[in-house]
Design a protein around this ligand. Structure first.
Ligand code: AOF
Ligand code: ZN
Length: 324
């Protein structure tokens, strides 16, 4: 049996729910009989049925006993949540073979689902495309491991690193392809945050628009957050960590997309709390203007050279994407 092939498909369908699962992970499941996929399911949106429930719908016990279920995440085993636990359901279903990409990092599950299956004589294989699954659910892993939202910072600048003119005007440095990519990024986060300055100068609408996901019946617009010195006095790293932690623990925001001008960009980078930095670069020179001004380096001997992904848009704009 080609485990990677079927798990790849399960990961592929998990992603159909990108932007719709909020603080839940994206999860996919495929049922394989006689080396063929006979059913598929994924966790479609926050609060909906889990992937394996959807994949097993309408399949009889006898077929299940001769099939293998591929799931991208360990089936859940805990009760204090929106949907019934999947591991006991699988035990009842008659399935005998389960292949899992990763153990659920949720401490309420974390191995208990696998144990329940094994205790009930189900053959379980773990770790197939584990890395790929973890990368797909980077937001969920940050939430579970750090009790913090995923922090995604986006900036736009010219070739000479300028993010606005001296008077603060920044509309528009980058073009429409960058803008569309920003809307995709916005749609994958639970909140959009801007600094008070950007809000005053640009009056951004802070919503997701003109992309396909907007028409999806289960899509909800991200929360809007305006961070100003008047309302939030964030100085030390600890203040910032506490602030973002409260967004996760109290407001249930799993990810925050920050659209920053030079002040907020510099301030936030100094706190060392950013998970992903997306820099959109227009092939233009601005000259005088404002730019990133964090750090005060005494020498250049220890400059970090970041790993990054790059995209070039048809109009020449570039996206440099860094995960810290
Ligand atoms: C699975 N299959 O498809 C997903 C799982 O509030 P609930 O009922 O939706 O449960 C959310 C938790 O269940 C989530 O934190 C994670 O641990 C697990 N997600 N588990 O067996 C799925 N989405
Ligand atoms: Zn479940």
């Amino acid at each position: 049996m080609n485990h990677d092939f079927f798990m790849n498909r399960a990961l592929e369908i998990a992603q159909f729910a990108k932007g719709l699962t909020k603080t839940n992970p994206m999860v996919g499941a495929v049922l394989v009989n006689d080396n063929k996929i006979i059913s598929e399911g994924y966790h479609e949106y926050f609060g909906s049925c889990h992937a394996e429930v959807n994949a097993l719908k309408g399949i009889n016990k006898e077929t299940l006993s001769q099939s293998t279920l591929y799931i991208t995440l360990e089936p859940c085993s805990h009760e204090d949540k929106k949907t019934p636990p999947c591991a006991p359901m699988l035990v009842q279903s008659g399935i005998k073979n389960v292949v899992i990409a990763s153990v659920d990092p949720n401490p309420k599950v974390s191995g208990n689902g696998v144990k329940l299956l094994k205790d009930n004589k189900i053959d379980v294989t773990c770790g197939v495309l584990d890395k790929e699954q973890i990368s797909l659910n980077e937001i969920f892993y940050k939430n579970m491991n750090k009790q913090m939202p995923w922090i995604h910072l986006k900036v736009a600048q010219s070739l000479d690193g300028k993010m606005c003119l001296n008077n603060g005007i920044s509309q528009w440095i980058t073009g429409s392809y960058s803008s569309q990519s920003v809307h995709q990024m916005r749609s994958h986060c639970d909140a959009i945050l801007v600094g008070g300055n950007t809000f005053k100068v640009d009056s951004p609408s802070l919503n997701v628009r003109d992309i396909e996901i907007c028409n999806h019946k289960n899509f909800t617009q991200p929360e809007k957050i305006i961070l100003s010195r008047k309302t939030h006095n964030l100085e030390k790293k600890q203040d910032w960590v506490q602030y973002f932690q409260s967004l996760y623990l109290e407001k249930k925001l799993g990810s925050v997309f920050i659209e920053a001008g030079p002040e907020l960009y510099s301030k936030i980078m100094e706190q060392d709390i950013v998970d992903r930095l997306s820099i959109f670069i227009a092939p233009s020179l601005i000259g005088k203007g404002k730019s990133f001004h964090a750090y005060d380096r005494a020498d250049l001997s220890n400059l970090t050279r970041y790993q990054y992904q790059m995209e070039k848009f048809p109009d020449g704009d570039l996206l440099i994407d860094i995960r810290f």
